[in-house]
Design a protein around this ligand. Structure first.
Ligand code: ADE
Length: 253
């Protein structure tokens, strides 16, 4: 899978993604990440890529010309005639990113990201590139680079071959719309805290049941909004109802 990132800070993207799992996948050729400097495409003789907003107001706005020319160069590089690559513009005004969007994006061969800075991007660039506007959460960052890296990290781990066989993407938070269960490793006792005995029992089915229950408990406590779309068996639904009833009468959940 190929990610092209249009940015004013290409080093930030490349430095951030060259380590750990994404770095290994890049080295293996499973992923390609290319940061393209928007500034290289400006027609302005001093290298400016931004200007004052029409209508007044604070801050600067990134101009359409360097962005559109940068995009044309990236599309040419991809060379996939006929098929328009998806272009994601990172902005707090976008749709909030989640795991199911990541699954959809992981099916693409090429994705282009546009990272904004300053007060934003001339709206005409977004129109001309037909961007999908995506936010990574309800808070404001200084630019789109970290959001682009977060999306690339999240999408990449769903691409076959990126995770090793011990790094499954199947059983984890948001699988079945539940948060992940608590995990433990050696030693059995640490500072007086013990590993739940069921995990030492070797009884696979009981362990599985315990983990699902812990996932349901945790989701109810921390992210009850997820439960609406959770995939639960009839027994698990009953378990959830019993937790909800208990929560109605006590705060001990
Ligand atoms: N740029 C600035 N803040 C952002 C956010 N929360 N998500 C995506 N892009 C952004």
């Amino acid at each position: 899978m190929n990610f092209y990132v249009m940015t004013l800070f290409p080093d930030m993207i490349m430095d951030g993604l060259k380590t750990s799992i994404t770095g290994r996948a890049i080295d293996k050729g499973i992923l390609k990440v290319e940061a393209v400097n928007i500034r290289d495409y400006t027609n302005e003789k001093h290298g400016h890529v931004d200007d004052y907003p029409y209508g007044g107001g604070a801050g600067m706005v990134m101009q359409a010309q360097p962005i559109c020319d940068c995009y044309d160069a990236v599309v040419k590089k991809i060379g996939d005639e006929g098929k328009k690559p998806r272009v994601i513009y990172l902005t707090p005004q976008g749709k909030v990113f989640n795991q199911s969007m990541a699954k959809e994006y992981a099916k693409e061969e090429n994705i282009i990201f546009l990272c904004g800075h300053y007060e934003g991007v001339d709206e005409r660039a977004l129109e001309l590139l037909d961007t999908e506007n995506v936010s990574i959460g309800d808070y404001v960052l200084t630019g789109g680079e970290l959001p682009a890296m977060i999306m690339i990290d999240c999408i990449s781990r769903l691409v076959p071959g990126v995770l090793g066989k011990d790094e499954s993407a199947d059983i984890e938070s948001f699988h079945d719309n539940l948060l992940e269960y608590p995990q433990y490793t050696r030693p059995v006792e640490y500072k007086g805290l013990e590993v739940p005995p069921i995990l030492l029992s070797g009884h696979h089915a009981n362990v599985e049941k315990w983990r699902r229950e812990k996932s349901i408990e945790r989701t109810l406590r921390v992210r009850p909004d997820l439960l609406e779309n959770a995939v639960l068996s009839e027994k698990e639904k009953k378990y959830l109802r019993s937790l909800e009833e208990a929560a109605g009468t006590s705060d001990n959940l």
